[in-house]
Design a protein around this ligand. Sequence first.
Ligand code: C2E
Ligand code: CA
Ligand code: CA
Ligand code: CA
Length: 279
Amino acid sequence: AKDQGRGCYAYFSEDQTLAARERIALETRLRRAIEQGELRVFYQPQMDIESGRIVGAEALVRWQDPIEELIPPLRFIPIAEETGLILEIGAWVLRETCRQGRLWLDAGLPPLTLAVNVSPQQFRRGDISALVATALNETGFPAEYLELEMTESGLLENQDNVMALLNKLRSQGIRLAIDDFGTGFSSLAYLKHFPLDVLKIDKSFIDDIPNLQDDMEIAATIIAMGHILGFKVLAEGVETPEQLAFLREKKCDSYQGYIKSPPVPAEAFALLLREQGFE
Ligand code: C2E
Ligand code: CA
Ligand code: CA
Ligand code: CA
């Protein structure tokens, strides 16, 4: 680096320093945010495609910074992954979701599957099974209504351990879902070996329905093959009636998307549930 001249080197290093400084600043703020209880869980409804009724929700974390507005996860999850803070955040979201789910049950709302995202790091650490046990025990939320969402990349690393871990989680009575399906490198043929309950078709395959023939064929294939392998299939990011009609025709099981609701705070979600009435 010396040979390239001082100016050049200094410039490069200043840039690096700035980025590093910003990262450290954000990390520090995030660490404080966790301590001060500034994280929130929002809930996005998941509907049965036949009846249109809400049958579940995905828990999605937000950061309510007192100065800035609500900070979306894409602005802090990557940093959290890098720094390991995701372990704390993930554990908190899991517990908070189970706590909220128990409150809804106690309030007489119908039971719903609550899906929580699990980062690859949480998987690598391997104590997710203990975390789940603790969250369920401490809150009294029933295991059968808890679902964990993990991405393909989380499964592809470390295959032997992952299989044992998934089996263990399944034996605890919870459900397992593959998130963003179709964006990773795993095939359905490969996934059939895993004890999974739900495939979530990534939003990117839904976005261009009904305009892109390829995407429609991919979505239809994932649904059909997913069913052959014994999985339920959920479509993510459904925004239009045309997309919904297509998915219904292809016998997709459930969906999630702005067509019904974005992720909302717990109180607003409970209102959505009360609005649809109890059967
Ligand atoms: P994801 O798990 O794929 O979550 C779905 C994302 O799609 C959510 O973004 C949701 O708001 C958005 N979405 C749902 N329906 C629609 C739609 O119809 N149109 C559009 N344009 N978007 C839709 P969000 O909440 O910003 O979360 C982004 C990502 O952050 C998540 O993607 C997930 O990877 C990560 N994330 C969120 N919460 C957690 C968490 O508690 N733990 C971990 N590890 N990751 C999380
Ligand atoms: Ca997810
Ligand atoms: Ca997803
Ligand atoms: Ca996605």
